[in-house]
Design a protein around this ligand. Structure first.
Ligand code: FES
Length: 521
């Protein structure tokens, strides 16, 4: 990496702190790096909600399990959520019924309710201090103005359908906080996600499970079955991929690429700020904007914290990500004028063509779970429950519904084509642009894609004037990465891989870093 670094004396400026609210409020977790060979029954890849729930339920059942994460426990996607616990899917219930029929639509929402109840039972059994609370959820019009959403009847119909399918729902003519009509749903939930995951990790280790941080999967073998981690061999019977975006593992590269191409990663932004106690009711809120906004509170001793998100866009496809956070702050201040914003961050959600997650066996002895859309904590928890049933050979009522090999519906096929139309475009887009700037034009704190010695480069100059120049070709399938000015990362617009300014992988499906380019004179 040394050759990829040069210094100059440009003026530094303060970068935006994008640490999630959960990170600063939670106790740090510490787990070892794998440094020796190991034998376990089940390898779990990824220490977020899916991986930790899977491992917890497995150790409860007497299985031997080891969890590996390339970074720290709950550091990435699960640590960047807004921690809504809900059965209410991003795709409206009426839309699910149109695509899948009443029984399967009911089953999708049942999955969310079941997951919330499982989280509650784990919190109680393990006495995890994470502020879990059942709260109502409200689907409401933007600014309470139902007329732009087809009038109050749209919300009345959504509530009636939910009641008809057996859910505890109601139509509310004048909802609290926002005002105007809404569909209200009981027994949704909220918690402090880092404290919950920290409690899960503690419970896993107390029951004999193993967790390894800074331990990345480097490859896998089907016979004898094993994975390579930090140059060591971990022998196992089965592998559970809980990596948000699936990696190859035991599957073939072509099968993995086929699954990855069905997934569309979106970046969603979140702000958190201090507000007065009781200023916002203890509930979940989603408006009907596109992309929609979501809101909840996290109680503190002397005040509440409002957590407010939205402004989603396809990862790597926004030209000025700081503007997304600015608009979000303005919208939050419009709802609660005195809010004191303390945290700003972004997370990634993964969409599928038909709106349902992919959870199940993807190749013999390997289980994967992805495509949770905006329901990461509930579908992640459900995935852990389904993984254990798969390992123990038990029937599971969601197996065929969420089967990764299912056929997409006709509407889903259209969305699939629309989402993947980007891929060839982003492979060539920047190569077709005018010959770009020189590296000298890159300012402190700025990243640019430019042509450098006959190749496309991702150039970043840090606040001290140190320049890093990396290949701009994503190591997954060759798309050109784009600069994310809020997080200071290189994000791939094709399948959502993310890299830090040194080229290290922050989020897959890429597993290899961006290569440094030679800067010698
Ligand atoms: Fe697939 Fe970059 S994530 S090409």
């Amino acid at each position: 990496m040394d050759r990829a670094v040069k210094r100059d004396r440009r003026q530094a400026f303060t970068p935006l702190n994008t640490t999630p609210f959960w990170s600063t409020a939670a106790e740090p977790h510490r787990f070892p790096r794998l440094d020796r060979d190991l034998q376990v029954e089940i390898v779990v890849v990824g220490a977020g909600i899916t991986g930790l729930t899977t491992a917890y339920l497995l150790v409860l059942g007497g299985h031997s399990v080891a969890v590996f994460d390339r970074g720290r426990v709950a550091e990435r996607d699960s640590g960047h959520t807004s921690a809504h616990l809900t059965m209410v899917s991003d795709r409206r219930l009426s839309s699910l019924v149109r695509s899948w029929g009443r029984d399967r639509a009911r089953s999708v929402w049942d999955a969310g309710l079941t997951a919330i109840e499982r989280i509650e039972s784990i919190v109680r059994a393990e006495q995890i201090d994470c502020d879990f609370q059942y709260v109502p959820g409200y689907l409401h019009a933007v600014d309470g103005d139902a007329e732009r959403d087809g009038g109050p009847k749209a919300f009345e119909d959504e509530a009636s359908l939910a009641i008809d399918l057996g859910f505890d729902a109601a139509f509310v003519n004048d909802m609290p906080f926002i005002g105007g009509p809404a569909a209200a749903f009981e027994r949704q939930g909220r918690l402090h996600v880092s404290r919950y995951l920290s409690g899960l990790a503690r419970a896993i280790v107390e029951r004999g499970g193993r967790i390894f941080e800074h331990s990345e999967i480097e490859g896998a073998e089907a016979k004898p079955r094993s994975v390579r981690v930090n140059g060591k061999t971990v022998s196992c019977d089965r592998v559970v991929l809980a990596t948000h975006m699936p990696i190859v593992g035991l599957a073939s590269k072509s099968d993995t690429a086929r699954l990855q191409s069905k997934l569309a990663p979106y970046t969603s932004y979140v702000v958190a700020g201090r507000i007065g106690k009781g200023e916002v009711p203890d509930a979940l809120f989603w408006d009907t904007a596109d992309p929609y906004h979501y809101c909840r509170i996290q109680p503190a001793s002397s005040h509440d914290v409002m957590i407010f998100g939205g402004e989603d866009h396809k990862t790597g496809q926004a030209s000025h990500t700081a503007g997304c956070l600015k608009r979000l702050e303005e919208t939050a201040a419009g709802l609660v004028p005195g809010i004191d914003i303390t945290h700003r961050w972004s997370g990634q959600v993964i969409e599928t063509p038909d709106g349902l997650p992919y959870i199940g066996e993807i190749t013999p002895c390997q289980f994967t779970a992805t495509g949770f859309s905006g329901n990461g904590l509930t579908f992640g928890t459900l995935s852990g429950m389904m993984a254990v049933d798969w390992i123990e050979g038990k029937a599971n009522e969601w197996r065929s519904l969420f089967d990764p090999g299912r056929r997409v519906t006709s509407g889903g096929a259209w969305i699939y084509l629309k989402e993947n139309a980007d891929y060839p475009l982003y492979r060539v887009r920047d190569w077709l642009q005018e010959k770009a700037r020189s590296v000298d034009a890159v300012q402190p704190g700025e990243g640019q894609i430019l042509e450098y010695r006959g190749t496309k480069a991702a150039a970043f100059r840090d606040d001290q004037g140190v320049l890093s120049i990396l290949s701009a070709a994503c190591t997954h399938m060759g798309c050109l990465v784009a600069w994310n000015d809020t997080e200071r990362t290189w994000d791939c617009p094709c399948h959502g891989s993310r890299f830090d300014t040194n080229g290290r992988v922050l989020a897959g499906p890429a597993t290899e870093p961006l290569s440094p380019l030679d800067q010698s004179e």
